[in-house]
Design a protein around this ligand. Structure first.
Ligand SMILES: NC(=O)c1ccc[n+]([C@@H]2O[C@H](COP(=O)([O-])OP(=O)(O)OC[C@H]3O[C@@H](n4cnc5c(N)ncnc54)[C@H](OP(=O)(O)O)[C@@H]3O)[C@@H](O)[C@H]2O)c1
Length: 280
């Protein structure tokens, strides 16, 4: 299959390019410089040149706190740009895959959020991503919306790297224990995404690492697996004021008969730390 990946230099984008290549797809990974999803001429040019059968939109405004100060900027990329790309893919007869987020939910549900649950974002980033889901679905009937969460990958800054950096600098770290979610490896997610585009299972998918935890639990596991003696101290969301509100519970579950399941997050973390070591 001919696969075009926008945002190919991002944390997820890099792994999706690798996964698509390994699967034998004719893979065209374009960075922001090569394809700006807010520029219709760029999009039309890339689609006309490369004639993809599937388009994967890894381009994103992913700065959750930054979106509070510039919701228009986040919306231009996550919503309007995603819609333009999805529409161009539709005109060319290609499917579109749009990664979305657990932050489309408000976090008040008890238990995991399912694909059919009503989104109600509580921050600007979540609103821009929900807008993107709607725009993509309206523009291209052959859409895959893949909600995921708490990503960590070798190609970008992430919570694991933040913890390891803090752990190297100080003996203890304060981490929130009242937000629950699913840590997800971009390496695993990329394999799942590439598997999904070869199917006709259009619509919304939840694709996250197996299991769930709090950021506190995640930090404890990181230091445990890394063999670092950093003490993790539990904090509340209220204590750790951030510009954007976060949902208290953003665990994602499935109702699909045949979901693509990723390995448990602890195993994925082990693999990440080993790969990181190899990279040096
Ligand atoms: N990170 C998470 O924890 C998380 C959680 C849930 C869902 N997601 C979703 O997963 C997807 C991938 O996230 P990520 O963490 O891989 O993000 P990322 O590392 O920030 O990558 C996003 C990429 O998009 C590029 N980009 C920004 N604006 C663009 C534009 N106008 N045109 C083309 N490319 C543009 C960025 O380039 P520059 O760096 O040059 O700006 C960057 O290379 C996103 O849809 C995100 O919403 C992420």
């Amino acid at each position: 299959m001919r696969v075009l990946i926008a945002g190919a230099a991002g944390m997820l984008g890099q792994d999706v390019v690798g996964a698509a290549e390994r699967r034998g797809h004719e893979t065209f990974g374009l960075t922001r410089r090569e394809l700006d999803v807010t520029d219709p001429a760029d999009i039309d040019g890339a689609i006309a040149d490369l004639r993809p059968e599937a388009v994967i939109d890894c381009a994103a405004w992913s700065d959750v706190d930054g979106a509070e100060d510039d919701e228009r900027g986040a919306t231009a990329i996550n919503d309007t740009g995603a819609g333009l790309l999805a529409a161009a893919a539709a005109r060319a007869g290609a499917s579109i895959l749009y990664p979305s987020t657990d932050y489309v939910f408000d976090g008040t549900k008890e238990g995991p959020y399912l694909e059919g649950d009503m989104p109600a974002p509580i921050n600007a980033y979540g609103r821009s991503k929900l807008g993107g889901e709607v725009s993509v679905a309206a523009a291209n009937p052959r859409h895959f919306i893949v909600r995921t969460s708490w990503l960590f990958g070798l190609g970008g800054g992430n919570f694991v790297e933040t913890m390891l950096r803090i752990g190297a600098e100080q003996p203890e770290v304060l981490v929130v224990s009242d937000q629950l979610g699913c840590p997800t490896s971009t390496a695993d997610l990329a394999e799942g995404i590439v598997e999904l585009i070869a199917t006709d299972a259009h619509g919304i998918h939840h694709m996250v690492g197996g299991g769930a935890c709090s950021w506190f639990d995640f930090a404890v596991e990181i230091f445990d697996q890394a063999g670092t003696e950093t003490r993790v101290m539990s904090a509340t969301t209220e204590m750790m004021a951030r510009p954007a509100r976060r949902p208290a519970n953003s665990v994602l579950g499935h109702t699909r008969a045949d979901p693509i399941l990723l390995q448990p997050w602890q195993q994925a973390l082990r693999r990440y730390l080993a790969d990181r070591e190899l990279r040096g």
